[in-house]
Design a protein around this ligand. Structure first.
Ligand code: ADP
Length: 168
C-alpha cells in the first residue's frame, strides 16, 4: 500500500496544484493533501487555514482516494504522522528544480525512510503560481482560467473594493 502526501500552502489552490494532485492520486493508493498552517505570523497568507482547507476540499472532493488535512511544522513529521512514505511535489520551471532538489536532500537527511516524487507540470499549467494569481486578482484581472469557480469567487470577494484582509 503506497500512501503519499502532497504538501503546499494552497493560497489559493489552482489548476496546477489540482493537476498534480489528480495525477498523483492515480499513482498511489492514498493521497493526503497537506495544507500548511503558517505558524509564523509574519508569513502573510491571503486566505485563512479554514478557507484554504475548504477550497482544496471542494476542488478535489471528487477524488475518492484523497483526503485533505492541515499541518504545521516539518513536512517529514506530517508525512510520518500520516503514515506516508512518499512526498509529492510539482516541477514547473528550472528554478523549482533547484528548490525541490535542496528540500528533497534535506528531507532525506531528516527522514531517510521517506522519498520525494516530483511530477512535471502539465504544459497548460506551467505558468500558474498562487502568488501570480493573487497579484492578477488584486489588480482586477480575470483569473477564471487558472482557478476553479469557487476560488475565483473567493478571490473576487477578497479583492472587492472595501474588502478587509486584501493583502497580496
Ligand atoms: P504556488 O507556487 O502556486 O504558490 P506552492 O508554493 O504552495 O504553490 O507549491 C507547492 C507545490 O505545488 C510545489 O511542489 C510546486 O512546485 C507545486 N506547484 C505549484 N504550482 C504548480 C503548477 N502550476 N504546476 C505543477 N505544480 C505546481
Amino acid at each position: 500500500m503506497y500512501r503519499a502526501v502532497f504538501p503546499a500552502s494552497f493560497d489559493p489552490v489552482h489548476y496546477g496544484h489540482m493537476d498534480i494532485a489528480r495525477r498523483a492520486s492515480l499513482m498511489f493508493d492514498e493521497l493526503v493533501i497537506g495544507v500548511y498552517d503558517h505558524a509564523n505570523p509574519l508569513k502573510k497568507v491571503l486566505f485563512s487555514l479554514d478557507e484554504r482547507l475548504e477550497m482544496v476540499g471542494i476542488a478535489l472532493g471528487d477524488v475518492p482516494n484523497l483526503r485533505v488535512e492541515a499541518y504545521s511544522g516539518l513536512t517529514v513529521d506530517f508525512a510520518r504522522q500520516a503514515k506516508a512514505t512518499i512526498i509529492v511535489r510539482g516541477l514547473r520551471v528550472f528554478s523549482d528544480f533547484e528548490l525541490e532538489f535542496r528540500m528533497a536532500l534535506a528531507n532525506r537527511r531528516l527522514a531517510p525512510d521517506l522519498d520525494v516524487v516530483c511530477l512535471i507540470a502539465s504544459e497548460q499549467h506551467m505558468h500558474l503560481a498562487s502568488s501570480t494569481i493573487r497579484e492578477i486578482a488584486s489588480l482586477g484581472g480575470d483569473v477564471s482560467s487558472m482557478v476553479p469557480p469557487h476560488v475565483w469567487q473567493a478571490l473576487q470577494g477578497r479583492y472587492a473594493p472595501g474588502a478587509t484582509g486584501a493583502q497580496l
